[in-house]
Structures are given as C-alpha cells and as structure tokens.
Design a protein around this ligand. Sequence first.
Ligand code: ADP
Ligand code: MG
Length: 245
Amino acid sequence: MTAPMLEMRNVVVDFDGFKAINDLSLSIESGSMTVVIGPNGAGKSTMCDSIIGRVRPTSGKVLFHGREIQAEAEHSIVGLGICRKFQTPGVLVALSVIDNLTIAATRDRRWWTKFGRKGEAEARSRAEEILETVGLAPRRDALAGNLSHGEKQWLEIGMVVATDAELLLLDEPTAGMGAAESTQTAEIVKALVGKHAVLVIDHDIDFVSQLGGHVVVLHQGQLLREGTLEQIRADEEVAAIYLGR
Ligand code: ADP
Ligand code: MG
C-alpha cells in the first residue's frame, strides 16, 4: 500500500496548556479536494500552520508521501510541494498582475533545475497560463494595488498555483467576498483539483456546497465528522454544534 500524499497522525498543538489541535488525524490523497469547516476558533488555521511548518505540533506527526515533515522549516516544506495562501491577500501592490504571477512562478526552484537560465522565460509562460486559470486575463497589466478585493484573492490563489505545489492550502479564500465573487472563486478552485490536491478552509456553507469536495468538520481542535456535505448536513451533532439547528 502506498502512503497517502499527506497524513496528519495524532497531531496536538498546545498553546500554553490550550490545545488548539487535539489529537487530529487526517489523510489527503493526491489530486483531491478537502474542505475543512468548523466554527471560529475550531483550529482550522492552526491545522494549516502545522502542515506548512509555521506552528510545531507538540506531539504527533505530519507526513508528506510518507516522509515526516513536522520538524522541517516552512521554506523546505514549500520546496517539497506544499504551498499556502493566507486569509489576507499578500500581493506585491506596485507590480502588475502578470509580474506578480511571474515572480511566484520563478519561486518554483524546479524551473531553474529543469531549464537553467531559460527558467525566467518558462516562468513567464507559466504565468500567462495561470492568468487564464484565475480569470485575470483582462487585468493582466493592471497594478496589483489597483485590483478589487476579490481580484486580489484570485491573484493570490494564482501565485500559490504558480509555485506548482502538489498540495495547495487555501485559508478562507472567500473572506470579504460577495456571493458572485464566491461563486467565481469556487469555479477557480474546482479547476485546480486533479493537477493539485486542494485543502480549502471556509465557513461559508454556500461556497462549500459549490465546491463539492470531501468535507471535514473541526470542532475544538478535533475531527468531529467527515464525509460529503450531504452527510454532514444530515448529522444531528454537527447541526447542533455548528449549523445552529
Ligand atoms: P480557526 O481558524 O478555526 O478560527 P484558529 O486555528 O485560528 O481557529 O485558532 C484556534 C484556537 O487557538 C483559538 O482559540 C485561538 O485563539 C487559539 N490560538 C491560535 N493561535 C494561537 C497562538 N499563537 N497562541 C495562543 N493561542 C492561539
Ligand atoms: Mg482561521
């Protein structure tokens, strides 16, 4: 049996006696979509942080293709093929959309090993492709600082995609978006699945239903339930705790 792409095994993250993550085990397969939901403070962002190496698990393991990464530095985890988008967009405001994407693509060190000095041209052509993927072709030469909030979020998704990471972590990609923008975000995210595995954190149930991935419910740092959104919706305990029914 081959190891799952990503596996969290009994992960605990203890902040001075408070367990933000409390014995969490979870597997993610290549090319899949996992959607993590849960109330505020459930530990969703901390879970992401512990995968990417920003927060060290107090105990437990994080394995990427069977290799332990829970003690690795964030930059080396990114180098292995896991990349994360934060809740707040972090684009380079004084540069154009295409330049932001090109810089992000250049961060994929594999371009340099594969193409040597041609790496930059390859990164640019990859950036042109991603421009389409995230629906920003009409804004190609706009300064990132002049984009709308939603467009900035899409640009940042594009920058994560540009690193060609195998696993993309998207923490609340619809934060601050209206319904139409959320729908477009769902389309963008769905198109990434297959080529990438995507872990999406969100608490907007409309958005989650548009994504249609495997849903994991976190509650008090623990995995409360997992399944399809229909199974989750039908679950009495989840309804009581999370959906307020
Ligand atoms: P979510 O993303 O699900 O809203 P978080 O992972 O951000 O939840 O936070 C989970 C809990 O851990 C919260 O109660 C939060 O206050 C706490 N927490 C998060 N980061 C830290 C930290 N660095 N130090 C202490 N407590 C933290
Ligand atoms: Mg969060």
